[in-house]
Design a binder for this molecule. Structure first.
Ligand code: PLP
Length: 396
């Protein structure tokens, strides 16, 4: 096992945590009911509003993984037996559905093939067919981490409006937050569900709901039992930068720093960087002669790329060869994709050289594992990245 150099963590989250964020967390934990903490709490809550592009909405931060924020979104807005429309984009959409069932909701699932993002037409039809307006929420995963297909949330919004349906729009942005644009107010998203460990460049441990005024209104009559996740319990203390229970203090230091880094680069530049690195990855995958799992170019994910293994080759044996030989972790195929795909994470604290190092490791791994491919495919990424670098002009 090669353990030299820095480990390449190229799974689609958790992602590499930049030194600046690690240093920001490496401070004494302070009194979470004291005045210094209130400042940090407010900076974190206000900063997250800018990340999801909401002025009207409010942000809630939980000391929990993304799964907790999924549950919070549902229990704060729904009542027992409510119908929720969910789109089967892949593994994570189906886990969210399972959770909805477990907590007493009735998910209506629009089937998908795990190779496309959500189809807005199918959503519109399902909502039009719901004459009694019994569907209380439309739940979509913006970036399906298991497939590398991203759904167009602007189009989902249009579909809901075209059907003239009052359902809430809830969007899982766990692997798209701060990597792919989220315009909460403009797209009329009612609950954004997010996590810390991917585009936000933090370790795992905190997660988010960003909540629209409409969702807050619905919350008043929502009848599912809730305690730890209750938005109302949070909102009072949050108004002054405090929390109703012990927050993840040091994670919040890191969050404030991560938001500062994203804003220094400029959110639009962050998205463009992710788009470019994703395109370079796809060019190389094609040059190797391998197949992208995502079949719809408009749904290509800028956070990760899932690659289909050639018939007769095991993606996990290949990933194991990459880890053993080059100290790099790639993402596994999940549930029905196990062994059939591997996933390259290219999100978060990531640049041209981290990508080309990653692709070189993949290419060498393909050779070692005996996976048929065209040698030199990594060159396609090198060419594209050199041609499209935004810094080609000398500084005057
Ligand atoms: N949703 C998506 C799209 C994810 O990628 C993940 C985790 O990878 C989750 C939900 C679950 O989040 P967590 O593992 O932080 O609970």
């Amino acid at each position: 096992m090669n353990t030299s150099g820095r480990h390449f963590l190229q799974i689609p989250g958790p992602t590499n945590v930049p030194d600046r964020v690690l240093r920001a967390m490496d401070f004494p934990t302070i009194d979470h009911r004291g005045p210094r903490f209130a400042e940090i709490g407010q900076q974190a809550l206000e900063g997250m509003k800018r990340i999801v592009k909401t002025e009207k909405g409010e942000v809630i931060i939980y000391p929990a993984s993304g799964t907790g924020a999924w549950e919070a979104a549902l229990v704060n807005t729904m009542s027992p037996g409510d119908k929720v429309l969910m789109y089967e984009t892949g593994h994570f959409a189906m886990l969210w559905r399972k959770m909805a069932e477990r907590i007493g909701l009735q998910p209506i699932v629009l089937e998908g093939d795990w190779r496309h993002g959500a189809d807005p037409n199918a959503i519109e039809q399902a909502l039009r067919a719901d004459a009694g307006k019994d569907i209380k929420a439309v739940c979509v995963v913006q970036n399906e981490t298991s497939t590398g297909c991203a759904s167009r949330i602007d189009e989902v919004r249009k579909a809901i409006d075209a059907a003239d349906h009052p359902a809430l729009l809830m969007v899982d942005t766990i692997s798209s937050l701060a990597s792919i644009d989220m315009r909460m107010d403009e797209w009329g998203v009612d609950v954004v569900v997010g996590g810390s460990q991917k585009g936000l460049m933090l370790p795992p441990g905190i997660s988010f709901n960003a909540v629209s005024p409409k969702a807050l209104e619905v919350n008043k009559a929502a009848g599912l039992p809730r305690s730890y996740w209750d938005w109302e319990d949070m909102r009072g203390p949050n108004a002054k930068g405090f929390f109703p229970y012990t927050p993840a203090t040091n994670m919040l230091y890191g969050l404030v720093e991560a938001i500062a880094m994203l804003e220094e680069e400029g959110l639009e530049n962050v998205f463009a960087r992710h788009d470019r690195l994703a395109e370079a990855t796809r060019r190389t995958v094609r040059a190797w002669g391998l197949e992208l799992l995502c079949q719809e170019p408009r749904h290509y994910s800028s956070s990760l790329t899932a690659v289909v293994m050639p018939e007769g080759h095991d993606a996990d044996a290949f990933r194991d060869a990459v880890l053993r030989n080059f100290n790099m972790s790639l993402g596994a195929g999940l549930s029905k994709l196990a062994g059939r795909v591997f996933r390259i994470g290219h999100l978060g604290d990531f640049n041209e050289l981290s990508l080309t190092g990653t692709l070189s490791g993949v290419e060498m791994g393909l050779a070692i594992a005996g996976v048929p491919h065209n040698k030199g495919g990594t060159q396609a990424a090198l060419d594209y990245l050199a041609e499209t670098s935004p810094y080609r002009e000398p500084i005057k």
